[in-house]
Design a protein around this ligand. Structure first.
Ligand code: SIN
Length: 326
């Protein structure tokens, strides 16, 4: 096989972060430009050539729909361009799961799309960014990576977009998968998949839109009252994701208010604030007019609900069936 050509789209994050010393805990994400990062990568002597494009250089807490639009458009162009074998996206780890899931739902699966980050900035002793990047190259250059949707490479593991969750604030093993753990293991010299691709050659499942409808997330905690719902819901709100306790539960007065809003057309999804566990449909969901998030975290449930509502899908059973299929 000829040397793979990888399009690298950079958005910032800790992988491009810097601090004043190699041992300080505090640092600034999004400091190093893509050409500087690629200059370091080229010293590794990997069998790949790279074309870099800077989409943004931010901490990923500052990701916006406008940046998502530019990123999606550049990735879509890269997939359509026969010059490229795969796409790598460098990204902050804080919201990488949301960007990965959005791209997973809105890009075709004809070429590998691999997001990668780092938990330690580029100036830190033990910087994990270069190793993660070298691992991402293995994945982006592998034809078998296509047909698995958007993938995230962190800590020598490959995760599918639906599954990946950042579970720890520190450490290079900060990510886990739910309901499925890693789909592959990777090092700079080897890649092992745990199964065959499951989405080979699929078109994008949804059209990308930057003007996604307003869908807030309601975090349930002890003592919450229905006023919290009123503070979140405006005339523009089209749906709400409940980040519920346990299996998507909430106090009775909050349930009653949300059921009232659901009867007026607001789409209400019950998810869980826990890191692991399905939120299944319950008989009361029929009377309440609620949808169960199943395997999706609240942040990902929000993205799916936004795309569905934007696509004009408002029927409760149709929305539930989309959540059941993820
Ligand atoms: C960020 O998400 O941009 C900061 C944290 C990180 O990349 O690890």
């Amino acid at each position: 096989m000829s040397t793979p050509h990888i399009l690298v789209l950079a958005t910032g994050g800790t992988i491009a972060g810097a601090a004043d010393s190699a041992t300080r805990h505090d640092y600034r994400p999004g400091q190093i430009g893509i050409e500087e990062l690629l200059a370091q990568v080229r010293t590794l002597g990997l069998d790949a050539k790279f074309t870099g494009k800077q989409i943004a250089n931010i901490g990923s807490e500052d990701i916006t729909p406008a940046i998502w639009r530019d990123l999606h458009s550049a990735a879509d162009d890269g997939i359509a361009d026969s010059a490229f074998d795969g796409i790598i996206i460098t990204h902050g780890t804080d919201t990488v799961e949301e960007t990965a899931f959005l791209l997973d739902l809105t890009l075709p699966t004809t070429k590998p799309v691999v997001l990668v980050g780092a938990m330690r900035p580029a100036t830190a002793v033990g910087y994990d960014g270069l190793r993660n990047f070298a691992n991402a190259v293995q994945v982006a250059a592998d034809r078998e990576a296509a047909g698995r949707g958007a993938l995230v490479v962190m800590g020598d593991r490959v995760f599918a977009a639906r599954d990946i969750r950042k579970n720890r604030t520190r450490g290079t093993d900060a990510f886990a998968g739910f309901p499925r753990d890693a789909v592959g293991l990777v090092t700079p010299s080897a890649l092992d998949w745990f199964g065959a691709p499951w989405r080979m050659g699929e078109d994008a499942r949804f059209a990308f839109r930057a003007d996604l409808p307003d869908v807030p997330v309601l975090f349930i905690h002890a003592g919450i009252t229905p006023d919290y719902v009123e503070r979140l819901v405006t005339n523009d709100t089209r749906g709400i994701v409940v980040c519920g306790v346990g299996e998507g539960n909430m106090p009775e007065p909050v349930r009653a208010r949300l059921a009232e809003l659901a009867s007026t057309g607001l789409r209400v999804v019950r998810a869980s604030r826990l890191a692991e566990g399905l939120v299944d449909r319950e008989p009361e969901d029929d009377t309440n007019g609620f949808i169960a998030a199943r395997a999706l975290s609240p942040a990902k449930a929000r993205i799916l609900l936004q795309l569905l509502v934007a696509a004009g899908v408002t029927d409760l059973a149709a929305i539930q069936s989309e959540f059941d299929r993820r």
